[in-house]
Ligand binder design. Structure first.
Ligand code: ZN
Length: 114
């Protein structure tokens, strides 16, 4: 026996599950399509609610994306700063060494470069 769904608002009968789902909505609390269609004011209200929901999602995404970009920038700046501090510390340490020790640490140029 084929399954059938009858709407108790408009008495329409659906034999295909996807048609019934479209009419009845995604969950128990959803308005049926005939309820939405039957009241133009309600349809406009639903569209406005959806618009507001989309707007809030877009705003939320933009806020999250801006925060992520700021964090990436801060991280890159901190990384660059740490590299520069390490390099500067190494130069300062090298300058405090006697010239003979400094020369021993300096890599020799390859023989073919002389
Ligand atoms: Zn209906």
């Amino acid at each position: 026996m084929r399954r059938r769904w009858r709407c108790f608002h408009c008495d329409e009968v659906f034999t295909r599950e996807q048609d019934a789902a479209e009419h009845f909505g995604a969950d128990q609390g959803a308005l049926t399509a005939c309820q939405i269609k039957g009241h133009e004011h309600l349809l406009v209200q639903k569209i406005r609610e959806q618009e507001e929901l989309i707007r809030s999602y877009l705003h939320e995404d933009a806020t999250v994306l801006r925060a992520m970009a700021a964090m990436e920038s801060d991280h890159a700046h901190a990384l660059r700063r740490a590299e520069e501090d390490g390099y500067n510390r190494g130069v300062c340490d090298m300058l405090t060494l006697p010239a003979t020790e400094r020369a021993a640490l300096t890599p020799e140029a390859p023989a073919d470069a002389r």
